[in-house]
Design a protein around this ligand. Structure first.
Ligand code: HEC
Length: 270
C-alpha cells in the first residue's frame, strides 16, 4: 500500500505543470506503462503513461494528451472487439469513444487497486478478466461495469458477517471502498504526502496484522494518526457492532490471512 502510494506520488511529481495542449515529440513522452494501436484507416497509437493518456497520429513521432486524464495510467488495451480500455488512477477504468475521442469512466470502485492487464475473448465479449497490482484476478461479465473476484460475488456466510456488512455499507464503505478494497486514489491522495488514505480492509493491506481486539478497539476508539478514522462509538457503534464489522472484514480474507492474523503475521511473511 505504502509502496504503491510512494510510486504514484513520485510518478505525479510535476502534475501541477501546465496541461499539454500541443503535440510533444516522442522523446518528451512520460514513461510509458502500456501501449496499443487502434484499428482503422486513421491508424492511431495510444499510450498509458505516468502522466496520463496520449495519442499519436503520425506513428509515434509526435504525441498529444487527452485532457482531464493527466493522471498516472497503468494500462491500456484493445479488446477482441476493437474497443480501447485504459486504467487511470483516480478515474478508474475508462473506455474510449472512438467518434467523440472522449474517455468515459466505466467503473471507479477499485479503491487502492489498479489494473495492470485486461483481456477479453470474441466468444463472450461482455466477459473481461483483469489483473491488479497484487497479482489477483478480477472478473466482469458486463463490459467492465461491475467487477468481482475470480472466486465469485461476495456473499456473507453467517448472521454476524451479514450484520457487519450492512453496517459497513452504511458507514464505512464511503471511505474503505466496496468489499473493503480501500479508498480510491484522488488528486489529493496522490499529491499530498500527509494525506492518510483509508486502507483496504480486505486481504490486500495490513488489517490482518492486527488481532480481533485491536481492530475492535480501532473501530470504537478511532485512530490516533488520523481524525478521519473517527471513534465510532461516539456515533453509536456498539462493541457488538464492532465485532460484527470485524467478522465481515475477516470474511474478505483468505485462509492465509486468517491463519496468520495478529502477532503471527511476521512468521507468515517469509
Ligand atoms: C471518513 C473516512 C473513514 C470512514 C467513514 C471510516 N474510516 Fe476507517 N480509516 C480511515 C482512515 C483514514 C484510516 C487510517 C488511519 C491510520 O492510518 O491511522 C482508517 C483505518 C481503519 C482501520 C485500521 C486498519 C489497519 O490496517 O490498521 C480499521 C480497522 C477501520 N478503519 C475500520 C473502519 C470501520 C469498520 C468503519 C465504519 C464503522 C470505518 N473504518 C469508517 C478512514 C475512515
Amino acid at each position: 500500500m505504502l509502496i504503491v502510494r510512494i510510486l504514484l506520488v513520485s510518478i505525479l511529481t510535476g502534475l501541477s505543470a501546465p496541461v499539454i495542449a500541443e503535440l510533444i515529440p516522442f522523446d518528451k513522452l512520460p514513461k510509458v506503462n502500456g501501449f496499443t494501436i487502434m484499428d482503422g484507416e486513421d491508424e492511431q497509437y495510444l499510450a498509458a503513461t505516468d502522466k496520463g493518456l496520449f495519442y499519436s497520429q503520425d506513428q509515434g513521432r509526435t504525441w498529444g494528451g487527452f485532457e482531464g486524464f493527466e493522471l498516472p495510467a497503468t494500462m491500456i488495451t484493445k479488446t477482441s472487439q476493437g474497443s480501447i480500455y485504459a486504467f487511470v488512477a483516480a478515474k478508474g477504468l475508462a473506455l474510449l469513444d472512438r467518434k467523440t475521442r472522449q474517455w468515459r469512466v466505466v467503473n471507479n470502485e477499485f479503491g487502492s487497486q489498479y489494473l495492470l492487464q485486461l483481456t477479453t475473448t470474441n466468444g463472450i465479449p461482455a466477459r473481461m478478466v483483469a489483473l491488479n497490482q497484487y497479482g489477483k484476478f478480477l472478473v466482469s461479465d458486463n463490459y467492465g461495469i461491475e467487477w468481482q473476484k475470480m472466486s465469485g460475488k461476495y456473499q456473507p456466510r453467517t448472521a454476524e458477517e451479514e450484520r457487519g456488512q450492512k453496517i459497513y455499507m452504511t458507514i464505512c464503505q464511503s471511505c474503505h471502498g466496496k468489499d473493503g478494497v480501500g479508498e480510491n486514489y484522488s488528486i489529493q491522495s496522490l499529491t499530498d504526502k500527509k494525506y492518510i488514505s483509508a486502507p483496504a480492509l480486505d486481504a490486500s493491506a495490513h488489517a490482518w496484522h492486527h488481532t480481533d481486539d485491536d481492530l475492535v478497539k480501532t473501530i470504537l476508539e478511532g485512530s490516533p494518526r488520523s481524525p478521519r478514522m473517527a471513534a465510532w462509538k461516539k456515533a453509536g457503534i456498539t462493541e457488538q457492532d464492532a465485532r460484527d464489522l470485524v467478522s465481515y472484514m475477516k470474511s474478505l480474507w483468505t485462509q492465509r490471512e486468517l491463519d496468520c492474523q495478529g502477532p503471527k503475521h511476521m512468521e507468515c511473511m517469509n
